[in-house]
Design a protein around this ligand. Structure first.
Ligand SMILES: Cc1cc2nc3c(=O)[nH]c(=O)nc-3n(C[C@H](O)[C@H](O)[C@H](O)COP(=O)(O)OP(=O)(O)OC[C@H]3O[C@@H](n4cnc5c(N)ncnc54)[C@H](O)[C@@H]3O)c2cc1C
Length: 492
């Protein structure tokens, strides 16, 4: 009989792990609490408006392609387009910048619009690209916790560049030292939010995130973000992965020899290997109640959560694009309020994603589907109803001010998501989206490894473990698990 693998959770990290394990020859089943696959990458239809409920920025599509084509015979039709404008930036003083991608174009626009030194911007973007490519093989697609992973041909290059990463400075300081215009600094600082962190505390190294959006540019999957889930799910099934929905795993079984399986619906299911795609904190808290977890890792400060309004807007806004940011005037105060006061400031940065700009069928002919998101603190018992109502009012005031409209009259559909709902729907610790924050110089070393050092045969995938937050990193967590499993099970 072949070996059996169980994956807990059908988020992207779970599905990617399942595909890789099935490819290695494991009989693989995924147990998922919810009634559908994808975790946070899911879609809802409210009357004539379709919304991607979670992620909207898609980078490194080749990681999805790679999974879909692990089998030479795959016939997946997954496709995507590169967006000509990475993001539209709006500032309170009326300045609007439509930023394309590519070091040449970005430096040109930032020179023209914000007076930056073109050569300086270009050099900095190239530096971020080099940093990214140096750390990728060693820190992103390899385990930080297995020495055997370190010794690959990228190690020497990664070590040589250490002085260039900005390990001892913050993202903000690194950006502040490069640019003269506060707006440019704000644009570069913003990428800290891509893993739920604070640019005034997170290490300068994280500026590499900007490389993906500013040098390469974001993509838009045809069919919306949910098509990532749909294609990976169909592909997983086509190679034999079994899925069981509405099936929460209630405990992980093990003995001194290692993993035994899991419990679902009060029934024990045996396995040679288990991957948890559940938030790692909750995996220990709820599924491994008899074990002492790695407290130092689990007690780290958590990343941000979010409040999202899904608005069906019965009007077209030609000045908006697929991705739009309306910046707060005091960015530092915004993060201070979020991380220190666990609240949302009165002038928050508002992100609006409009997929119908690229996928016309996502909204009626006369309208647009607005995904309106503001970063928020994790749930520590705040009065979310009150915070949400206040936030809604402040968002409308801000958008009305900048767009010169009275938006309320155009909202014909309204739904929302907040940290409590996120906690309930995806089992994320206190609604945090990315597990631990990266707000310290050592935070990369306080992300949980992709395997358990206490229980042989137990692995961890998804954004709450190494290498971190966002779709590309969740996909890399599955890649690292594959490497570990190959070695642990002596597969070639
Ligand atoms: C509003 C929002 C905006 C975002 N924007 C972006 C973006 O633009 N770009 C980007 O790259 N990322 C973005 N992200 C983050 C992105 O969604 C995540 O990085 C990624 O989808 C998380 O994948 P995951 O595999 O770690 O887990 P999840 O998607 O959280 O999936 C975990 C799954 O495990 C299931 N589960 C939990 N416990 C159990 C159990 N006991 N038994 C069975 N099943 C269980 C859950 O139901 C869930 O389906 C965003 C997230 C949110 C919420």
């Amino acid at each position: 009989m072949g070996k059996k693998a169980i994956v807990i959770g059908a988020g992207i990290g779970g599905i990617a792990s399942a595909i890789r394990l099935a490819h290695l020859g494991f009989e693989t089943i995924v147990y998922e609490t919810n009634s559908e696959p994808g975790g946070k990458i899911r879609s809802s239809q409210f009357k004539d408006y379709r919304f991607d409920m979670g992620p909207s920025v898609f980078t490194e599509p080749q990681l999805v392609d790679e999974l879909l084509h692990l089998n030479a015979s795959s016939t997946s039709s997954f496709s995507y387009q590169k967006l000509p404008i990475s993001c539209n930036y709006f500032f309170e003083d009326g300045v609007k910048i439509a930023l394309p991608s590519g070091a040449d174009m970005v430096s040109e626009v930032l020179h023209k619009e914000l007076g930056e030194d073109k050569a300086q911007v270009y050099r900095y973007l190239k530096r971020l690209e080099d940093n990214y490519e140096s750390v990728y093989p060693v820190f992103i697609s390899s385990s930080l916790h297995r020495i055997s992973h370190w010794f690959n041909k990228g190690l020497f290059r990664a070590l040589l560049r250490i002085p260039k990463y900005g390990l001892l400075t913050t993202m903000n300081d690194m950006n502040r030292n490069r640019f003269k215009n506060k707006k440019t600094i704000q644009i570069f600082n913003r990428f800290a939010t891509y893993n739920g962190s604070n640019p005034y505390e997170a290490p300068g190294m994280l500026n590499i995130i900007a490389h993906l959006e500013l040098n390469i540019g974001p993509y838009m999957p045809n069919g919306g973000m949910v098509s990532i889930t749909e294609h990976l799910y169909e592909h997983a099934k086509s190679i034999g992965v079994d899925f069981s929905f509405n099936t929460p795993v209630t405990s992980i079984k093990y003995d001194r020899n290692g993993i035994k399986g899991v419990t679902v619906h009060e029934r024990n299911e045996e396995a040679d290997l288990v991957v948890s795609n559940m938030d790692v904190h909750n995996t220990y808290k709820k599924l491994l109640t008899n074990i002492k977890g790695p407290e130092k890792i689990l007690q780290q400060e958590k990343s941000t959560s979010a409040v999202v309004f899904y608005w069906g807007i019965k009007k077209k806004f030609p000045q908006l694009d697929v991705h739009n940011i309306f910046f707060s005037d005091d960015y530092e105060e915004e993060f201070r309020t979020m991380f220190r006061d666990k609240s949302i400031c009165s002038d928050p940065t508002v992100y609006i994603h409009i997929s119908s700009k690229a996928e016309a069928k996502d909204a009626p002919k006369y309208g647009e589907n607005w995904f309106v998101m503001v970063n928020a603190p994790i749930n520590t018992g705040q009065d979310w109803e009150a915070l949400r109502m206040e936030l809604r009012k402040n968002i409308l005031l801000k958008l009305n001010r900048i767009l010169g409209e009275d938006l309320e009259q155009f909202i014909e559909i309204e739904e929302y998501m907040d940290p409590i709902k996120m906690e309930d729907m995806y089992s994320g610790m206190q609604g945090s989206i990315y597990g631990n924050s990266s707000n310290s110089k050592t935070s990369a070393f306080y992300r949980h490894p992709n395997f358990s050092s206490q229980i042989k045969g137990l692995y961890f995938a998804g954004v709450t473990v190494h290498p971190g937050g966002g779709i590309p990193l969740a996909l890399n967590s599955a890649k690292i698990i594959e490497k570990c499993v190959k070695r642990d099970f002596k597969l070639h």
